[in-house]
Design a protein around this ligand. Structure first.
Ligand SMILES: [Mg+2]
Length: 255
């Protein structure tokens, strides 16, 4: 495969739960040594960019924070671009801190945007109903991601998608999507590397969010059989990934 830039998903590709994928740190070192431009594009919305970087370091991946692009980074750029910066965050506390550090304060009324990430245990009737009311009163919905689920350390976990859909259903409004598979999100990562879609490949474990989204944005897609991979999902994939490999550990057979 002849490419210059490589976008890599995190969860399910480099680690699953609290365990790094065997051979993955070596695979990343290999890609860096071969001179590929790399960005890590994660739909992870429970943790900040800084926490994700520290976690990767603990797993043995020596990558800088600036190489990690998350939906919250994209959302902060987007919100500033609109000039309407009053936010209500339906996210984890950690993301509240990340937004606050960027000068975007969490508010409970009169907001421009309701921002929905994977809030974990912060999703409940009260928080969902508050988000619903704010949108009814005129706020737009920003979905940090709309994934259905992810693979946790003890099994599948609901992601933000089902909750975003719930608010969309109740209000009749459609969320603006920040993370994968939004073409703008892939575009932001490619611009950051200075690489065109035709010179890039996305490595991921999700046929919709990762390989499907990237291929629709003009890149190639490598699906790994770790993380949430399932044969059923692969059979129904449209588009079909360019290549399927057992794990990122065998990336040297392709790149
Ligand atoms: Mg993944």
């Amino acid at each position: 495969m002849n490419v210059k830039g490589v976008l890599i998903d995190l969860d399910g590709v480099l680690y699953t739960g609290e365990c790094p994928v065997p051979g993955a740190p070596g695979a990343i070192r290999y890609l860096i040594e071969r001179g590929y431009s790399i960005r890590f594009v994660s739909n992870s919305t429970r943790k900040s960019q800084g926490t994700i970087a520290s976690r990767l370091l603990a797993f043995g991946f020596d990558v800088g924070k600036e190489m990690i692009i998350t939906p919250s980074v994209a959302a902060m750029n987007f919100i500033r671009g609109t000039g309407r910066t009053q936010c209500h965050l339906l996210t984890t506390r950690e993301l509240h801190s990340e937004f606050e550090a960027a000068g975007l304060l969490h508010r409970d009324n009169g907001v421009d945007w309701v921002i929905v990430g994977d809030a974990g245990d912060n999703f409940n009737y009260g928080t969902m109903n508050q988000a619903f009311r704010l949108v009814q009163e005129g706020a737009g919905i920003i979905a940090l991601e709309k994934d259905r689920y992810w693979m946790g350390s003890d099994g599948l976990m609901l992601s933000a998608g089902p909750f975003v859909r719930g608010i969309e259903y109740a209000t009749g409004k459609t969320a603006v999507l920040m993370g994968k598979p939004s073409p703008e999100f892939f575009g932001m990562a490619l611009r950051d590397m200075g690489v065109t879609p035709g010179d890039a490949v996305m490595i991921g474990d999700d046929v919709v969010t990762d390989t499907g989204g990237a291929m629709k944005a003009g890149m190639q897609g490598i699906l790994v059989k770790t993380g949430k991979f399932s044969q059923e999902a692969l059979a129904g994939a449209d588009p079909c990934p360019t290549v399927v490999i057992d794990s990122i550990a065998s990336i040297n057979t392709i790149l």
